[in-house]
Design a protein around this ligand. Structure first.
Ligand code: NAD
Length: 254
């Protein structure tokens, strides 16, 4: 099966966790993979894994919260591969439990810039290509179950992810007539390098248990759980799905 043969997929955050798993999932199905991350070492490691599937790849290092970096991501992708079919906005930053009174304005702004504004910038510059190539373009944004089921101490993160959900739903409506679909995944607590950054100074065993116990299915989300959903939503099998928000969370949002 090569669902994505000939399709060009930009995957942000592909240097780690869910982004890396998504790059591998798309590569298995023949996509051309554009690996975007701030972390060059992680991005190169992903590239090495993905190349085993004999698909074209490109690594772009850049901060997705910066307009110039996003313009470079889009322009250099199109320069090399002519088009963009799939945009998977997976990169994000966590928040360690902090009472709101102790949250600095700069931290708040950074949450909004990386967890929300980046999705605006990437969509803004990718849409002309997603719309105009008969490819039935797809955007998938990774929010968090925290967008609908908050935890105390991560208010800036919850606010940013909540905004990302509504950005996605609104954009889905705005571009539906063009054939571009926009969907959201809310992962539950996931076994990636990000998880321990949420519990900060807490004992790692206790921190992990706190999150594991919060999931009714009784295990942490694996990066592959998210990757499979990103691939499904980006595929023709999901051609009638737009503006949808999927909780891939083992029931955590209930
Ligand atoms: N891990 C969890 O428990 C969890 C739960 C719900 C939602 N999420 C969300 O899932 C997404 C993926 O997280 P993950 O768990 O795979 O985390 P991760 O830390 O393993 O990977 C995130 C990647 O994003 C990259 N990144 C961060 N800021 C960037 C920037 N400004 N520009 C470019 N790249 C940047 C990092 O370098 C890293 O490689 C994030 O949006 C996160 O908020 C994670």
């Amino acid at each position: 099966m090569a669902r994505f043969k000939g399709k060009v997929a930009i995957i942000t955050g592909a240097g780690s966790g869910m982004g890396r798993a998504t790059a591998i999932e798309f590569a298995k199905d023949g996509a051309t993979i554009v690996i975007v991350d701030l972390n060059e070492q992680g991005a190169r490691e992903t590239e090495k894994i993905v190349q085993e599937y004999n698909v074209p790849t490109k690594v772009i290092i850049g901060d997705i919260s910066q307009k110039e970096a996003v313009q470079n991501i889009i322009n250099s992708t199109v320069e090399e591969f002519k088009t963009i079919d799939i945009l998977a906005n997976i990169a994000g930053i966590p928040m360690t439990f902090t009472p709101l009174e102790e949250v600095e304005e700069e931290f708040w702004d950074k949450q909004m810039a990386i967890n929300v504004k980046s999705a605006f910038l990437l969509a803004k510059y990718a849409l002309p290509y997603l719309k105009n190539n008969d490819s039935k373009g797809s955007i998938v944004n990774i929010a968090s179950i925290a967008s609908v089921r908050p935890r105390p101490g991560i208010t800036a993160y919850c606010a940013a992810k909540g905004a990302l959900v509504q950005l996605s739903r609104s954009l889905a409506l705005e571009v539906a007539h063009t054939g571009v679909r926009v969907n959201v995944i809310n992962p539950g607590p996931a076994e990636t390098p990000m998880l321990e950054k949420f519990y900060g100074n807490m004992d790692p065993v206790e921190g992990r248990k706190l999150y594991e116990d919060s999931v009714p299915i009784g295990r942490l989300c694996q990066p592959e759980d998210i990757a499979k959903m990103v691939a499904y939503l980006s595929s023709d099998d999901a051609s009638f799905i737009t503006g949808a928000v999927y909780n891939v969370d083992g029931g955590r949002g209930l």
